[in-house]
Structure formats: structure tokens, C-alpha cells
Design a protein around this ligand. Structure first.
Ligand SMILES: CC(C)(COP(=O)(O)OP(=O)(O)OC[C@H]1O[C@@H](n2cnc3c(N)ncnc32)[C@H](O)[C@@H]1OP(=O)(O)O)[C@@H](O)C(=O)NCCC(=O)NCCS
Length: 172
């Protein structure tokens, strides 16, 4: 199914259940083993198959059947009618720095606006400096928190005991 306009010359489509394992297979390489074995386990658990079954209409996969080049898993909040949420994004290291991540975000912002959303949220791990830089560049504000990690405001225990997060917000 290729119903979407290409991004930087690459085909784009909605992900589906068959994309689950191919996406899981790239995570460790793409995240450069960030956080060691525990980081690897947490990332895999953040992308259960349900994301590829129930969140597909607001998500994007760049690539074809043979190669995943980039993906964005996001959704329109069912509980907060003004908000949408970017859950996970990744770009093949070989394709980074060319605007693909930004283009995927712009696609998601457009989808959010079309559906009446005025706020986009996302979170990331405090150790993921690249993610913080990228989100800041994309116009997200890092929300104030009661704790700091290397100068960044942190939400302690956000995702459970010991699982601190940076919380990003962008007004569309
Ligand atoms: C973060 C990520 C998605 C960015 O994708 P990308 O295609 O390289 O990003 P773009 O080329 O569209 O960059 C957009 C802007 O963000 C900046 N940016 C992106 N990654 C950056 C980094 N690691 N450090 C500093 N700035 C960065 C770019 O310089 C660019 O700014 P510019 O327009 O001023 O040049 C990609 O690096 C990635 O997959 N990282 C590993 C996974 C991850 O951490 N995901 C986010 C947390 S879930």
C-alpha cells in the first residue's frame, strides 16, 4: 500500500503488522546500543505488535519490503482531543542528517493539524542527547521538571521507578 507521497525520494506507507519484526531488528543498531542491555530491552518493549496493528493510521514507514529506512509511530490522543503524541521515531544511520527525521515529523504535524490537534507531545531518555537536540530543533520545548540531568530538566520516575524522562511539548 503506497498511498502517501514519497519523502526525499523514498517510498512512504502506513506500517502494518508485518513491519513489526523488521523494525525491531534495526533498533539496537540504530540506537547504537544506547543504555546497554537494559536500554535494548526497554526499546523492544516500547514497540509491541499492537503499535503495528492499532496505531497505523497515524504512523509512517519509509522504505520498501526489503529495507526499513525510517519510521515514526504516533497517534492522535484518544483522551486529550487537542493533543497528538509521537511515541517512537528512528532513521537509518546511513540516511541521517538529510532531513528525513524532520520530514517525518512535519508529516505527523500536518496529520495532527488536519485532525484538529494543536499540541504534540513526546518523551525521551535523558541520556539521549541526540533526541533532545533533534526535538529542540523541531520546535519542541523541554518541560520544566523537579530534577536536572546534565543541565536538562527531568521528570523523575516518569515511566516507573528509576525511569526518568525528558518531556517535550510543541504547540502547532
Ligand atoms: C533523532 C533522529 C530521528 C533524527 O533524524 P535525522 O533524519 O538525522 O534528522 P534531520 O536530518 O531531519 O535533522 C533535523 C534537524 O535536527 C538536527 N539534529 C538531528 N539529529 C541531531 C543530533 N543527533 N544532534 C544535533 N542535532 C541533530 C539536525 O541538525 C537538523 O537541524 P538543521 O535543520 O538545523 O540542520 C535520528 O538521529 C535517529 O534515528 N536517532 C536514533 C533514534 C532516536 O534517538 N530517536 C528519538 C528518540 S525515540
Amino acid at each position: 500500500m503506497t498511498d502517501l507521497a514519497p519523502l526525499l525520494g523514498h517510498p512512504v506507507r502506513r506500517p502494518g503488522p508485518d513491519d513489526h519484526l523488521p523494525v525491531l531488528a534495526v533498533l539496537d543498531t540504530w540506537w547504537g546500543g544506547l543504555g546497554g542491555e537494559e536500554g535494548s530491552r526497554q526499546r523492544a518493549l516500547l514497540l509491541p505488535k499492537l503499535m503495528f496493528q492499532h496505531f497505523t493510521r497515524s504512523s509512517f514507514l519509509v522504505g520498501d519490503d526489503d529495507r526499513v529506512i525510517a519510521f515514526l509511530i504516533g497517534f492522535l490522543s484518544p483522551s486529550r482531543p487537542a493533543e497528538s503524541y509521537i511515541h517512537f521515531v528512528g532513521v537509518d544511520p546511513a540516511e541521517r542528517g538529510r532531513g528525513l527525521g524532520a520530514a517525518l515529523y512535519e508529516r505527523f504535524f500536518a496529520h495532527s493539524r488536519e485532525n484538529g490537534r494543536s499540541v504534540v507531545r513526546a518523551i525521551t531518555s535523558p541520556v539521549n542527547k541526540g533526541s533532545h537536540a533533534f526535538h529542540t530543533r523541531m520546535g519542541f520545548v523541554t518541560e520544566p521538571g523537579p530534577k536536572e540531568f546534565e543541565g536538562l530538566p527531568v521528570q523523575p520516575d516518569y515511566d516507573g521507578p528509576g525511569l526518568d524522562r525528558l518531556s517535550f511539548r510543541k504547540d502547532l
